[in-house]
Design a binder for this molecule. Structure first.
Ligand code: PLP
Length: 425
């Protein structure tokens, strides 16, 4: 098919993420992707500033990951996981357990499902430990945990989808937005934690402790809920409060996991271990949908039968490529790469801080954000960055990037140049 036919069929039959039918925003046909570049069907090459929504940390068509899929195809693409097991899944579980200190691994088929499983674990754990009245969750405003119903119920109640499904979503407890300021902001020093906010968290958890099964947060970086970075001291306090009140702590590391923030996991900024952790996105290096919910042996023992079991659970192809991706991550100097990208983003985005339509510029690890004062015109911004040879997908007031770790300094410079140009429109 040529580009025109692909786009015609797309217009006729396809629904894209978070869009109406027909979509008001242009869609571009992509022919291939290699390294950190996407090739559009019309031949244009773009540096990928999105890592396909945090996932493609090693870039595209990585030889080791390609080979892992081919090798796995030679034995089996899939078998059911009920009553059967296989090497790719047990290898992956062993590696994840070793990386996190959480010994029990439930393989799920997407990030949202991993969050559903985490919530089920917490609710079942409360019931199994003789506290069935503890059926609510506590989270902070500004979060994003996925699009399924359990996950939606802990997304930000204002910019999430609560207003569309208000009669259906359970009412959880929301702490105020964590104060920002962690990471790099031009012209400012790193903020110290806000004592009043710490006290507010403590009071809120204490007030609701008797009805809480778990606290769930994205550690240090709130992603799709607003690309905000908060001080690790708030996460540390939540860990303390969870222990104090016998509540489980769920860390949603689906976006932050595997080095993106400069540490292997967001929780590492705070030096804490959650009781339950969700990972996904970069788990397969962006090759296939796979996620995992991990928990301590203590939580697992308390639950008994966990009532979940997706058809494609433990999919061997996905597990095999996840194993290859984690091997590549262990071998590549990701810490130095992310640090270099962080420095490049900080330097390249600094000029945006002085622009009249810009509210804030912030960088943490391989994440760079320009927050505008008003919502951006997505089509216009996208057109502008594509003119600079870059692929980005802005949303709300945010023009942001989380490039593959394989980006060279010149690629990062191109991305930041495009972002500053788009913020200057
Ligand atoms: N949790 C977080 C923190 C996320 O960023 C996302 C996806 O953006 C999800 C959960 C949902 O993951 P998925 O889109 O794979 O369902």
């Amino acid at each position: 098919m040529d580009a025109e036919e692909i786009l015609r069929l797309d217009r006729e039959h396809v629904w894209h993420p978070y869009t109406a039918v027909p979509s008001g925003v242009p869609v571009h046909a992509v022919r291939g992707a290699e390294g950190v570049r996407l090739t559009l069907a019309d031949g244009r090459e773009l540096v990928d500033g999105m890592s396909s929504w945090w996932a493609a940390i090693h870039g595209y068509r990585h030889p080791r990951l390609d080979q892992a899929v081919r090798d796995q195809l030679g034995s089996m693409a899939h078998v059911m996981f009920g009553g059967l097991t296989h090497e790719p899944a047990v290898r992956l579980a062993r590696t994840l357990a070793g990386m996190t200190g959480l010994g029990r691994v439930f393989l799920a088929d997407s990030g949202s499902v991993a969050v559903e499983v985490a919530i089920k674990m917490a609710l079942q754990h409360a019931a199994a430990t003789g506290r069935p009245g503890r059926s609510r969750l506590l989270t902070v405003r500004g979060g994003y945990h996925g699009d399924t119903f359990g996950a939606m119920s802990v997304c930000d109640p204002v910019n999430g989808m609560h207003h569309l499904f208000s009669g259906v979503l359970p009412g959880h407890v929301f702490a105020p937005l964590p104060p920002g300021g962690y990471g790099f902001r031009p012209g400012t020093l790193p903020e110290s934690p806000d004592a009043a906010y710490l006290a507010e968290l403590s009071a809120l958890v204490a007030a609701h402790a008797g009805e809480l099964a778990a606290i769930i947060v994205e550690p240090v970086v709130q992603g799709a809920g607003g690309m905000r970075f908060y001080h690790p001291a708030y996460l540390r306090r939540l860990r303390e409060l969870a222990d104090e009140h016998g509540v489980l702590l769920i860390a949603d590391e689906i976006a932050t996991g595997f080095g993106r923030t400069g540490e292997m996991f967001g929780c590492d900024h705070a030096g804490i271990r959650p009781d339950i952790m969700c990972v996904g996105k970069a788990l397969t290096g962006g090759y296939m949908t796979l996620a995992a919910t991990l928990c301590t042996e203590e939580v697992a023992d308390g639950i008994g039968v966990l009532m979940h079991g997706p058809t494609y659970m433990g999919n061997p192809l996905a597990a095999a490529v996840a194993n290859a991706s984690l091997d590549v991550l262990a071998e590549r100097p990701w810490r130095e790469e992310v640090k270099r990208i962080e420095a490049g983003l900080a330097e390249g985005l600094a000029p945006a801080a002085g622009l009249p339509a810009v509210r804030d510029v912030r960088v943490l690890g391989a994440i760079g954000v320009i927050e505008m004062t008003e919502p951006v015109d997505v089509a216009r911004v996208q057109h502008a960055v594509m003119e600079h040879g870059v692929w980005l997908r802005p949303f709300g007031r945010l023009i942001y990037t989380m490039p593959p770790y394989a980006c060279e300094p010149a690629d990062v410079e191109r991305i930041t140049g495009a972002m500053v140009a788009a913020a200057s429109l």
